[in-house]
Design a protein around this ligand. Structure first.
Ligand code: GLV
Length: 311
């Protein structure tokens, strides 16, 4: 049994060290240092070159290094009969909560405007604009592990929180909706809209002009899902016409965001370099080890991906 780490740009040596600490007997290889492809039974993957997974004849489990698994489905040669597991990790969830709360509060407390005022030495407490948390409506697209955790904290802080997901959910303190009608309701309410959807065929390009037009005028967007959720030109137009006031983006169609990209200089866009929540190898190695142990003992694996739904 051999675990292959196939993640050229994601600190493969650190992952190898952490997994070896948990199971010194497990043979761990880092791509491309593999003698026999047929030794490989498990692969730990992030942004791998396409076609490699299908060249491993005895592969049984593919582990994603991150919560998102869309990177696998871009590979048309992804082997069929192999289980895929994603990351569900409390540190990853906590970091995403910090990010979402930071940027939500920044908009709720009119911080961009206060920063502008500081530049012109203007003293104005903005009391005419500042509303109470209970009157601030926040909508989530995506109520998976991350969306649910962020929405719950904001609801505990007394914000009016709405959540939209593919299937019905019941989350304490959060008004949950699903389906096409449900989406309309959530959008109409969302002065601050947060996207934490998985990227699938259905959700690609969902943040577009039509969706923006259903938000309250002057809404704020926070996208920590995937860059491909957003139609970039539609965001620029929505900001131009005042349909959106500001956007915070952690993820982009092309990463790193090209130096000449118009988002960098846009006064209403805040950019973070896909660091909302970064996988911690020490913490996540434990669940990889646990799933390898479960497979050996024929116990159902944790956090498996539904290939049909692509998440
Ligand atoms: C990062 O984007 C992840 O999917 O964990």
């Amino acid at each position: 049994m051999t675990l292959l780490i196939l993640a050229p740009n994601a600190r493969p040596k650190i992952w190898a060290r952490e997994i070896k600490l948990l199971d010194p007997n497990l043979d761990v290889r880092i791509w491309p240092n593999v003698d026999h492809l047929d030794d490989i039974t498990y692969a730990l993957v992030w942004d791998a070159p396409k076609g490699i997974l299908s060249s491993l004849p005895n592969l049984r489990i593919i582990f994603s290094m991150g919560a998102g698994v869309d990177h696998f489905f871009l590979d048309s040669t992804l082997p069929e009969n192999v289980t895929i597991c994603r990351v569900v990790d409390s540190l990853l969830t906590d970091a995403m909560c910090e990010y979402v709360i930071l940027h939500t509060l920044r908009y709720h407390r009119n911080q961009p405007e206060l920063e502008k005022q500081q530049k012109s030495h203007t003293w104005n407490d903005l009391s005419d604009k500042q509303i109470h948390a209970k009157d601030q409506t926040i909508g989530f697209l995506g109520m998976g592990e991350l969306g649910k955790a962020c929405a719950t904290i904001l609801a505990e802080m007394k914000f009016s929180v709405y959540g939209w997901s593919r299937s019905p959910k019941n989350i304490s303190g959060v008004s949950c909706f699903h389906g096409t009608e449900g989406l309309k309701t959530v959008l109409q309410k969302s002065k601050i809209l947060i996207c934490l959807l998985p990227l699938t065929k259905e959700t690609k390009g969902i943040l577009n002009a039509c969706l923006f037009s259903k938000l309250p005028k002057g809404a704020y967007l926070i996208n920590a899902g995937r860059g491909q959720h957003l139609v970039e030109e539609d965001l620029l137009s929505a900001l131009d016409i005042g349909q959106l006031s500001y956007a915070t983006l952690d993820v982009f169609n092309e990463e790193p965001l090209p130096v000449e990209h118009p988002f960098w200089e846009h006064p209403q866009i805040t950019i973070t370099p896909h660091n909302a929540s970064i996988t911690d190898p020490k913490s996540v190695s434990k669940q990889i080890y646990e799933n390898i142990r479960r497979e050996a003992q024929k116990i159902p694996l944790l956090n498996t991906v539904n290939r049909r739904l692509e998440y």
